[in-house]
Design a protein around this ligand. Sequence first.
Ligand code: FE2
Ligand code: FE2
Length: 261
Amino acid sequence: MHKILFIGDIVGRPGRTIIKDKLPAFKEEHGVTIVVANAENSAGGSGLTKKLAEELFSYGIDVITLGDHVWDQRGFDEDIDSLDYVCRPANLPDNNPGKSFVIIEKEGLRLGIFTVLGRNFMPLKATCPFTTSGALLEELKDQADALLIEVHAETTSEKVALGWFLDGKASLVVGTHTHIPTADARVLPQGTAYMTDAGMTGPYASVLGRKTDAIIERFTTGMPKRFPVAEDDVRLCGCLVTLKDNNFHAESIEPICIMNP
Ligand SMILES: [Fe+2]
Ligand SMILES: [Fe+2]
């Protein structure tokens, strides 16, 4: 049976370091076929660079996805097309660089992966995630055996609605962006594993990965502040999905939270 590991938003150096320290042994122990990770916060908490993408691949991540922070690092818009296993959110305007989906084949499994941005409280220009998902399902149906669809969105309602909309069409629909793991991992009736938020991979003694003092000061004063990446209570969070051999629907989904000793 194939197992797919999805890892939630990797935040800064602490996030990258726990991937390096914990991912290889986890993959080995659980017999993971493919690892997909959102790396939108990998570079100092905002965005991704080509160098850091290559670093993350060297630790055992197979495919990298992104979210609203996709273009935060200068020059990444010029580098993204040279990275075969990195995709940007699919429902950005067509004129944005980067792939809107990735297909990876490992151990005979062709897994298609794409991310859609939600539109509630999302500052980027995104088209309808339902329409985009539907069009990509059609486009990928003969090219992939199974699909992993990430919903990068702020509100639980938009994520849950997309989960039900895509039930039976993907092996996993998983939420990211809010950085807080939710307690609702389950297999929906038509065979799609679902979790509203995979959680972040980074420091949990923080506000969404940033030092608490700076964020509290921003809330209490409203003044502009720098938000340094926090350092403590680092965890690797996500979910592990086991696929059925006959139709690649989800057999089970298990939330993952690996802490440093
Ligand atoms: Fe985000
Ligand atoms: Fe994020």
